[in-house]
Design a protein around this ligand. Structure first.
Ligand code: TMP
Ligand code: ASP
Length: 257
């Protein structure tokens, strides 16, 4: 198809949308880690992330979180609102894992004293360094009210997603989100953008502590696709025969049926 490619990232491509102010977000099968030092194609990952992210963004839209998501178009693509991405990755952590465990000498799995929000400057060249609000405002990446808005939205998103995943037997350990500015005449609002998928979250099975996220790839554990499929299945996105009916979240207790 002859569409204009606007941007290509590690796991997604953005194309021009059918109407002004829209884009098409295409999910690739590429899995990368450590700023693409590690790279593999995992056939089917893009399809699963498209569905999982669609599901989560739809639920978030329904509860009044403003997001860029409009609708899913096909197996790999969704229609989104065009935003100006704020170059700050927001990481929300409930449990110690990954870089915070390493940086602060915490045991992986240790509950944190409270939910912690961190900011990383979006720069592949610099490996997305951890930054403070001071850096963000001093360098003009976002204004103080925008930071407040991103933090407030992040906490609401965390509360909602933690509950949603808990209901299907999954602990939301941490996740990364991105926000963008949408301009409407002389109005501006902050929308949740990008994706939320097992690529950008840590998801642990509550009973077995199995990792159901991209750490399986980062840590060479194998079984990435099966893990993502399990997340999709529990959310009620995929049925056993991998049809695309939506039956709603699957209670863990009723899993045997
Ligand atoms: P971290 O522990 O490596 O800092 O990761 C925190 C969370 O953010 C984890 O759920 C994975 C996610 N993440 C991304 O989505 N993209 C990234 O570039 C990094 C480093 C982490
Ligand atoms: N930093 C991302 C991750 O590890 C992907 C990448 O860096 O290539 O999740």
């Amino acid at each position: 198809m002859n569409r204009r490619r606007i941007y290509e990232g590690k796991a997604k491509v953005l194309y021009e949308g059918p109407e002004p102010g829209t884009l098409i977000q295409h999910f690739k099968d590429d899995a990368t880690a450590f700023n693409a030092k590690k790279h593999e194609l995992i056939e089917g990952k893009g399809v699963l992330n498209n569905r999982i992210s669609e599901y989560l963004f739809t639920r978030l839209n329904e509860m009044g979180i403003p997001t860029h998501f409009i609708k899913r178009l096909n197996m790999r693509e969704q229609l989104i609102r065009k935003v100006e991405i704020i170059p700050v990755e927001v990481v929300v952590r409930n449990v110690a894992a990954g870089s915070i465990a390493k940086r602060l000498g915490l045991e992986e799995g240790e509950p944190l004293p409270r939910t912690i929000i961190e900011f990383y400057y979006k720069s592949d060249k610099l490996d997305d360094p951890l930054v403070s609000e001071e850096h963000i405002t001093a360098f003009g990446w976002a204004h103080p009210p925008e930071i407040d808005e991103m933090m407030a939205l992040s906490l609401r998103i965390n509360d909602f997603l933690s509950g949603l995943f808990l209901g299907v037997g999954i602990k939301l350990v941490d996740f990364k989100i991105e926000f963008g500015r949408q301009f409407d005449n002389d109005m501006m609002r902050i929308l949740l953008a990008d994706e939320i998928s097992p690529d950008s979250c840590r998801l642990w099975d509550i009973a077995s502590h199995d990792k159901l996220d991209k750490d399986r790839f980062r840590r060479d554990m194998g079984g990435l696709l099966e893990a993502y499929r399990e997340v999709a299945r529990r959310l009620g996105i995929l049925t056993e025969d991998r049809n695309v009916t939506r039956s709603g979240p699957v209670l863990v207790a009723s899993k045997k049926e």
